[in-house]
Design a protein around this ligand. Structure first.
Ligand SMILES: [Zn+2]
Length: 761
């Protein structure tokens, strides 16, 4: 019997211990109070709210704050739970008083809930309001107090309390009702928000509002009685009217907000956006869009980056307030579009970097055929040979394609990836040489960052410090490239740009895609990078729309909204001095007259030597080229001539009247192959020509193109030995050819003959 009592006592001890330990574990177990979704909120650098999206459950519930604004904290504690800092989560005195009042009234008029208990209830919105639930609330409130400080509990309350309609939390409420952040609320505003969670429906405009004002004023009286506010403050606070209808949330950067909602949902994003710049560029975008609409161009976007941090300073994803038919919701900053000529400066920099190019080096500008690809310059003409920096300034397509052929499109494709162009979704062979002419797509986001990084890398160059980064361009190549881009002719509106001096120097490039679908302009200074795109979101092109005419003016207007900046420092320690031929831009040979010294990137020592200044042997009056087979060595004149290859010379001469073609070879002299005055441009040796059948089933025609160093020359054409015709002036001859292998021979009046082997498919 005694043993049984002993056993029972022991069991009671064990069970009690078990419950005590369980209660302890339960109290101490990690406690995440809220699992509600939050709004994505975007702030500018100065804390201005740029915009917010409702949480996925449709509530304006800003991400929770950790500190409650002082006035609101004081007001809400005074109103809801004035022993908040004294009780352990449950206030027996308040509960007793509530029970007494409820019994006397015969219904529930007071809950006696502490702020801690209210936090628990807010976290369990679906829980029924029963006595059992109330007990559970008390236990959870005790547990809450174990895990959170009073300050944290107050912050949880402020962030999750209902403020009428779908407004949850003090931050959303402060913006919706007062249009400012909760840290800058007045006493009247704080008091109104403190009484609102108790009866959130009072905020709706109706006769309730008088009741709301009475509640607010009673709380203000209590704050005065407690010594929290002065009599003067009480008077002015009571005179403050209640706010009108809830204001709309700002929508100052809707597309950036949309993007943030995707990558950082439910977060408060403190961006580097300059609120006033964003606002003025939005207004600028609206003005430009109105002008462009006359040409049925409806969309544009703009991006401004801080070069030093790559932070976004302004983000105009599309034209604000555009009719919905023109897709204003589409964020074009991140939409892949045909890149036009925007990639040309990157090839220029790459070739300067490896020492295969100098800014003044002549690049052939003659008809170009490669695997069925035959680019045209914008004005459909050829210059014969053009200095590389002019190729860039005039954005010439034909020399650019030739440069890419020399550099290699596979290498360039991989370089673009390293520079940050993320939209090259196909292998290099898919684009081929068209890669440099807009054959690839890029986004305004990527391309503006690519240019910003170029400026940033140049800014960061430290003299004599070894560059260990994997960035593909050295400071020297970047300086020459950006300097060349700063020379580009300004659009008409900017024709007086030089009057700004170096304070307004901008390195910039425009681009126009095939079919005039995209007009681009990108510019950088040592501090800012600006990207502009103009076009139709639908992809519809407009005949008159070009980068220079439609995007560049907006680019320069955007730069006017930015502080003036200095120009880049020339990184002389990262460059070498090279003697360069004035006429060809190649490294000067001993034959080049008047070489000049140019600062080039380190690999500039590899620049090829000028092949155009050659020594020729002439008869005494320089009317013929001769050799010792016709003139005695004593009578031969030796002169240095600037000689371009025949095809280049033919086009070059039309624009350069001072170009002196070589005198003809003396009829009696035996010419060498390099002396031949004839050159066949098309078809090329060993090539395969594909001629599609014409509508009537007959084979298409092949247009043979040739040039001759003498403008008056007549050329005679033979295909597989059969005479096809002759040409004078411009040497083009259309011939019909069935599939097969061919030998083409072109002969001039003096009997100089050139042959080509090709096949037709
Ligand atoms: Zn030369």
């Amino acid at each position: 019997m005694k043993k049984t009592t002993f056993n029972r006592r022991r069991a009671v001890c064990w069970i009690s211990a078990f419950f005590l330990i369980s209660a302890g574990v339960w109290l101490l177990w990690p406690f995440h109070v809220f699992r509600q979704p939050y709004s994505t909120v975007l702030y500018a650098a100065d804390g201005t709210l740029l915009g917010a999206r409702t949480a996925p459950d449709g509530q304006w519930r800003f991400p929770p704050r950790t500190v409650v604004p002082g006035k609101f904290a004081e007001a809400v504690v005074r109103f809801e739970d004035h022993r908040f800092y004294l009780h352990p989560g449950v206030d027996p005195l308040a509960m007793g008083r509530a029970l007494f009042r409820n019994l006397r009234a015969g219904r529930v008029v007071s809950g006696g809930s502490t702020l801690s208990m209210q936090v628990v209830r807010l976290s369990r919105p679906e829980a029924p309001r029963t006595v059992a639930e109330k007990l559970k609330e008390c236990l959870l409130a005790l547990r809450l107090e174990v895990h959170y400080s009073k300050r944290e509990i107050l912050a949880l309350y402020a962030s999750h309390a209902p403020f009428g309609g779908n407004v949850v939390g003090i931050d959303a409420a402060a913006w919706r009702y007062f249009g400012r952040d909760a840290d800058h609320l007045s006493w009247a505003e704080s008091a109104m928000l403190a009484v609102l969670p108790n009866a959130p429906s009072l905020v709706h405009p109706s006769k309730n509002r008088e009741q709301l004002q009475r509640k607010r004023d009673r709380l203000l009286d209590r704050l005065y009685a407690a010594g929290s506010i002065s009599e003067e403050t009480l008077r002015t606070a009571k005179a403050e009217p209640l706010p009108d209808r809830p204001a709309d949330m700002p929508a100052a950067a809707p597309h950036l907000l949309e993007y943030m909602a995707k990558i950082r949902p439910g977060e408060s994003v403190h961006s580097a956006v300059d609120a006033s710049l964003q606002e003025s560029l939005q207004a600028l975008a609206v003005r430009y869009a109105a002008r462009e609409a006359a040409n049925h161009v409806h969309n544009l976007c703009m991006l401004v980056l801080d070069v030093h941090t790559q932070d976004v300073l302004a983000y105009i994803g599309n034209v604000p307030l555009l009719p919905s038919a023109y897709s204003p919701h589409v964020d074009i900053v991140r939409a892949p579009r045909s890149s036009g000529s925007l990639l040309k400066p990157l090839l220029y920099a790459a070739m300067l970097e490896e020492g295969s190019l100098t800014p003044d080096m002549l690049v052939p500008d003659i008809p170009f055929y490669h695997d069925g690809f035959s680019p045209q310059n914008f004005n459909k003409t050829f210059d014969g040979a053009v200095p590389a920096h002019r190729v860039l300034e005039r954005s010439l397509n034909v020399p650019s394609a030739r440069m890419l052929q020399q550099y290699g499109y596979e290498r360039f494709h991989s370089l673009l990836g390293k520079l940050g162009v993320s939209t090259l979704n196909f292998p290099a062979s898919h684009y081929g040489l068209a890669l440099i002419l807009g054959g690839a797509e890029c986004t305004l986001w990527d391309i503006t960052h690519v240019y910003a990084r170029m400026a940033d890398r140049l800014n960061r160059h430290v003299p004599s410090a070894a560059d260990t980064s994997a960035y593909p361009f050295s400071a020297g190549a970047l300086y020459l490239t950006l300097s060349s881009l700063a020379q580009l002719n300004r659009p008409e509106e900017e024709s007086d740009w030089e009057m700004f001096g170096s304070s307004r120097r901008v390195a910039w490039k425009t681009g126009t895609s095939f079919g005039n679908r995209d007009a681009w302009a990108v510019g950088v200074t040592p501090d800012y990078a600006v990207g502009v795109w103009v076009g139709n979101a639908s992809g519809e092109g407009r005949p008159d729309m070009t980068g220079i005419h439609d995007a560049a003016p907006l680019l320069f207007d955007a730069f006017r909204h930015l502080p003036a900046t200095a120009w880049f420092r020339e990184p002389l320690d990262d460059m070498v001095e090279v003697a360069v031929c004035t006429e060809s831009g190649y490294a000067a040979s001993p034959l080049c007259p008047h070489p000049v010294f140019r600062m080039l990137p380190r690999q500039g020592t590899q620049v090829p030597v000028c092949p155009f200044h050659v020594e020729v042997t002439l008869n005494s009056d320089a009317s013929y080229r001769v050799n010792t087979s016709v003139v005695s060595a004593r009578d031969i004149r030796r002169e240095v001539w600037f000689v371009l290859p025949p095809a280049e010379a033919w086009y070059y001469r039309q624009r350069h009247s001072d170009y002196r073609p070589l005198p003809p070879v003396h009829p009696g002299a035996v010419p060498s192959v390099s002396d031949l005055p004839v050159s066949i441009i098309y078809p090329q040796e060993g090539s395969t020509v594909i001629l599609p059948l014409q509508g009537d089933g007959r084979p298409g025609e092949l247009v043979v193109r040739a040039v001759h160093s003498q403008p008056s020359a007549v050329l005679y054409y033979h295909l597989n030995g059969r005479y096809m015709g002759c040409t004078a002036g411009e040497h083009r001859l259309a011939v019909s050819a069935l599939p097969g292998d061919y030998t083409l021979s072109v002969v001039d009046e003096q009997g100089y003959e050139l042959t080509r082997h090709f096949s037709v498919r």
